[in-house]
Write a protein that binds this ligand. Structure first.
Ligand SMILES: [Zn+2]
Length: 392
């Protein structure tokens, strides 16, 4: 999103969708600064492209830079494996690092006469809402969750004139988090009791930590594999961005870390494996699926939304997996659990009411109309990519 006031333009988030082929945003016009809400690829994936070309400050909370940097570096490698040209080079990434300007939550930065205050957004550690104060107060939420989870505190509303808010779960609600966690742990128990192994594909950023925190409630033999390991250590280095660093540390200590193929074989003799990628498109998850494909005692427990076109989605919809280029119908059990880090429909409506803006701008959703209907009485905008509007 771009925000223009007089001669000043701010850019909020600049991501990409790591699909096949990847999807990129419109080229950004010249901007004065880039504000980044959190370290998911659809919000950060193209930072080096814009920052290194324009030599502008990039502002975000410290964990966003550390985790984001890991993902940006990894994206160059993934583009290499998959045969796509990377949208930025190693050199551009190195240049971008010099432009990182970490700002803590509840602190204010001033750029070109505009004050911007950072507020916690829930969602994942370090996720930030940006409050921009000039003639009007504009809040850009990025992705938010108002529910306090084991990992992060929920987002608190910020009074504003214009609220730019995500709408991922417009028209949908989540099952109760405690019930989902209970159902998940019960399923793991069942799989372990019948002699199988539960493979839990999870995104490295946010979900791996949610799942480890849930599993720490029981005494399972848990292994963790993939980039989630490094993300864990970054988060525990920033205890002020966690609900309880102590609990996350305990959850991490209860899990054993997979290092190399020897450990992978050992993990398969254990009870639970939490591994990337969350949508089964690469990462160590694929080798575990290969190992348990013919074992009806084992299970794959999905923990996140599966984007159409991914292996995870195909497995859910058709029961088919492509392993080494061959389509197979695996015999393991498949289940999906809700660990969502986004506010549901009713939570979004309540959040908007409390921020009490004149104008609400809905972004980041496939069903924005459903939310617009629930916000009747306010000026609601559903901008399309490339569209500008001027608030009254
Ligand atoms: Zn996100």
């Amino acid at each position: 999103m771009l925000l223009r006031r007089g001669g000043t333009t701010f850019l909020f988030d600049y991501g990409m969708l790591p699909k096949d082929p990847p999807e990129y945003p419109l080229p950004a016009p010249p901007v004065d600064a880039l504000f980044v809400t959190h370290s998911h690829l659809d919000h950060i994936g193209m930072i080096p492209w814009v920052a290194s070309r324009q030599d502008i400050d990039v502002i975000a909370a410290p964990p966003t830079f550390e985790v984001g940097d890991l993902l940006l570096e990894d994206s160059i490698k993934i583009a290499g494996y998959e045969g796509y040209p990377a949208p930025y080079t190693d050199r551009e990434l190195r240049h971008t690092r010099r432009l990182y300007r970490p700002v803590h939550h509840r602190e204010t930065v001033e750029i070109e006469d505009v004050e911007v205050t950072l507020h916690p957004a829930g969602h994942i550690p370090g996720a930030t809402m940006m409050e921009v104060n000039a003639e009007k107060t504009v809040v850009f939420t990025g992705d938010i969750h108002t529910l306090t989870t084991d990992l992060v505190w929920g987002a608190q509303p910020v009074r504003c004139d214009i609220l730019v808010i995500e709408s991922t779960y417009a028209g949908r609600s989540h099952p109760d988090r405690e019930k989902s966690t209970y159902a998940f742990l019960k399923k793991v128990d069942e799989v372990v009791s019948r002699g199988g192994v539960a493979v839990v594909p999870a995104f490295a950023v946010g979900r791996t930590q949610d799942v480890l925190l849930a599993l720490a409630q029981k005494r399972f033999d848990v292994w963790v594999d993939g980039m989630g390991k490094e993300v864990n250590s970054i988060y525990t280095g920033h205890p002020e961005y966690l609900r309880s660093a102590k609990r996350l540390r305990t959850a991490m200590h209860r899990a054993r870390v997979v290092r190399g193929s020897h450990h992978r074989r050992q993990a398969l003799k254990g009870e639970v494996i939490v591994t990337t990628s969350g949508m089964l498109d690469g990462g160590p998850a694929v080798s575990y699926l290969q190992a348990i494909r013919d074992d009806p005692r084992s299970a794959v427990l999905l923990t996140g939304f599966q984007v159409p076109g991914t292996q995870g989605r195909r497995l859910l919809d058709e029961g088919v997996l492509s392993l080494d280029g061959e389509d197979v119908r695996p015999k393991f059990e498949l289940q999906k659990f809700d660990f969502s880090a986004h506010a549901g429909h009713d939570e979004l409506v309540a959040f908007v009411e409390k921020c009490d803006p004149e104008t609400v701008v809905l972004m980041h959703g496939d069903n924005r109309e459903a939310l617009a209907t629930s916000l009747a009485g306010r000026n609601v905008l559903l901008p399309r990519e490339g569209e500008w509007f001027t608030p009254g």
